[in-house]
Design a protein around this ligand. Sequence first.
Ligand code: RNT
Ligand code: ZN
Length: 419
Amino acid sequence: MSERYESARELYAAAGVDTEAAIERLKKVPVSLHCWQGDDVKGFDQDGPLTGGIQTTGNYPGRARTPDELFADLDEAMKLMPGQKKINVHASYAIFEDGEFADRDALEPKHFRRWVEFAKAHGAGLDFNPTFFSHARVKDGLTLTSPDEETRRFWINHGKACIRIANYFAQETGIPCIMNIWIGDGFKDVPADRMGPRVRYKEAIDEILSEPYDFTMVKPCVESKVFGIGVEAYTAGSAEFALSYAAMNKEKCIPLMDNGHYHPTEMVSDKIPALLAFFPEIALHVTRPVRWDSDHVVLFDDETREIAKEVVRCGGLDGRVKLALDYFDAGINRISAWTVGFRNFQKALLQALLAPHEELKALQDENRMTELMVRQEELKTMPFGDVWNRYCEVCGVPADGAWFGEIERYEREVLSTRC
Ligand code: RNT
Ligand code: ZN
């Protein structure tokens, strides 16, 4: 234990905060690491462009091109991240062996066997996502909302196949699997029918969720969105749609908020307690929108910290809030992107745990708002970095300032050979 940590611990104790308890608490909180930062959301089951209104920008060398490369890169990044992980897998990351292939509507658990092995080797749970984009069967930009019965049927069958795979993940790992439904369906320009696609979407989710699963182990979510690239005028799965669906189907699914999916002055941090007043469980995609849903690497910035604070003080760490990251930057070293974003969210959670929340709430309830402002502001300059470095030490990962050399070595020895 360093002298600096000893001193920080005393200072926090004087402010009513137990740093040891915070460290022990955070170690056990699972955060889901998205596999798709490693290869620019390409996946292994198709070779076309990224569609669905999302975009990766940049062409930094070294993208993972095969399952082996992606697993090696994930391994490398995970060595540098403190805390409990889950691995978040998209259906497009199915791994076909011995020349076999299955289309999205026919995916089976066996196509994800290696993901289960990887997760088990890391003592991690698995989350899952049907992939309703980057595929020839997306018709006119539509999947579950398509007016074409056959197209809709294909994607409903994909969703059902994904429930079976989520079941398999939960059974194999013994850890609940979050299965997130997100579609990019929408229109570039003013539609004539805004309700038809939404009714079809609703009925399609109903059908997908008619596939049997144990809701304590498989947690389907519906993720909303405000707009996508090329789909600026109308998105079927809007905020009101997704929230209403989840509210009306509480016994079988939960809402998911991605903080890139709202108007720029709307804050997901403020929405967390609003939803938790009604939903036993909610899910988050933590990202960084820069002027649009750009999915930049998560920073240790104000809104990330505010999100973490709400999760902590609303009791979200006890399983009520399912935490996942969702960003993809192709313009910088991807292993570093994974690592920085994951570490930053861990930092935000740790800092949120290092506050005397009960005392601060009491100040609010007693209307001592002047004092509350002073206390909250002074917390910001507490010696947080020393507690963070201690947390890294306890988790057996490098402290700040001690891991970038490893990224450079891996880039030199591994990534640079991929051209
Ligand atoms: C898209 C959604 C969605 C995707 C991933 C790849 O805007 O945020 O969650 O980013 O499924
Ligand atoms: Zn998302």
